[in-house]
Design a protein around this ligand. Structure first.
Ligand code: SF4
Ligand code: SF4
Length: 348
């Protein structure tokens, strides 16, 4: 097996929202049952056997509801020498999230912490999609509560992510303009709805709609990059990568395959709250660390996982984490991405 570089840890199924876009809840996740979650000691066993990882991505559920999240970060930092932690949040408890970020930054010197707040529109649209009155206001309060922390710790990055569906497609550009004027962020990352959402009436945007939206979003990305103060050549490379990724989304939404093999289960994999291991978030578990001596790599090397790898290599979706990992391992796609070219019909 290739070395696993990134792990997506669905650290809890507990959540304080019931979003209509949620694919984790739609997959039958028991609401707010935290009973069978891996303990900190079990997570330590998993991390000790992994030895080395570049980045840890949390997912869930609402990750900040796990009371020992800072301890879990410490375990991976100490055992796997991770350099970066990605923490998504629905932003419903500004003080809990602010103090969690502060604790992680203080305890882990040098760690790059990226917090991604979910906003699917301005107040009315966001609250409707998330199914909770006032949740836009609370998420914005969280973004504002993090502003002083970002000044104190430049290694804390703050993004807004937006799930684009047939319902909020028209709302994405007004939201992008509002964010630009109103919040101190590092960027805004819209991406198409994926998986099977809790509300089956929601669907991903059509490819043509995504293409129009992506063209209108690219100037926003360039301005966020300029605000970030990177050297110009790095701004240009980052903008090119976004353009390539958006081209991939369009291609997948149009029913086309990826121009490179997906490396789900090889470079990047998913660990579930109860220890299940999946090659990617859309796949079924191929084993459980509790039944495999806490050896996640051994599960990914097992016969069931190998079968999934073969299928994954010709599969397609719009999950940026998995796409970016696979692009990095495919020289032609990597070159096209850095040059900002559209994905080619095949092989790059
Ligand atoms: S999408 Fe995230 S915030 Fe919303 S219900 Fe699902 S886990 Fe909770
Ligand atoms: S392309 Fe297929 S295998 Fe790869 S991450 Fe997406 S759904 Fe999973």
């Amino acid at each position: 097996m290739m070395r696993l570089k990134e792990l997506i840890f669905f650290v809890t199924r507990r959540c304080d929202l019931r979003c209509r876009t949620c694919f984790f809840a739609a997959a039958g996740a028991p609401k707010n049952a935290g009973e069978d979650e891996l303990s900190l000691a079990e997570i330590d066993e998993v991390a000790a056997r992994l030895r080395r990882l570049d980045s840890l991505y949390f997912s869930g559920g609402e990750p900040s509801l796990r009371e020992d999240l800072a301890d879990i970060c410490s375990v991976f930092w100490r055992r796997c020498r991770i350099g970066a932690i990605h923490l998504p949040s629905n932003g419903q408890d500004p003080e809990r999230i602010r103090s969690l970020c502060l604790e992680i930054l203080r305890r882990l010197p040098g760690i790059r912490l990226t917090l991604s707040l979910s906003l699917d529109g301005r107040a009315a649209v966001h609250d409707r999609i998330k199914g909770s009155a006032g949740c836009f206001r609370r998420a914005v309060e969280t973004a504002r509560a993090l502003a002083p922390l970002r000044r104190e710790f430049p290694r804390l990055r703050l993004y807004v992510i937006t799930v684009v569906s047939c319902e909020n497609r028209q709302e994405v550009l007004p939201l992008a303009a509002w964010l630009e004027e109103s919040l101190d962020l590092d960027g805004h990352g819209p991406s198409p709805l994926r998986g099977r959402p809790r509300d089956p009436s929601l669907s991903a945007p059509a490819a043509a709609d995504w293409r129009d939206l992506a063209a209108a979003l690219l100037p926003f990305h360039r301005r966020w990059l300029r605000r970030g103060g990177l050297p110009r050549w790095r701004q240009a490379l980052a903008a090119n990568r976004v353009r390539y990724l958006y081209g991939l989304y369009e291609r997948v939404l149009a029913g086309g395959g990826l121009p490179f093999p997906c490396l789900a289960g090889e470079r990047i994999a998913v660990l579930d709250p109860e220890g299940g291991v999946r090659p990617c978030e859309q796949a079924s578990p191929v084993g459980n660390v509790r039944r495999s001596g806490f050896d996640l790599a051994a599960v990914l090397d097992g016969p069931q996982a190998r079968q999934e790898h073969l299928q994954a290599r010709s599969c397609a979706c719009t999950n940026a984490c998995f796409l970016e990992n696979s692009i990095r391992s495919h020289p032609l796609s990597r070159a096209r991405s850095l040059l900002g070219r559209a994905p080619s019909a095949r092989h790059g």
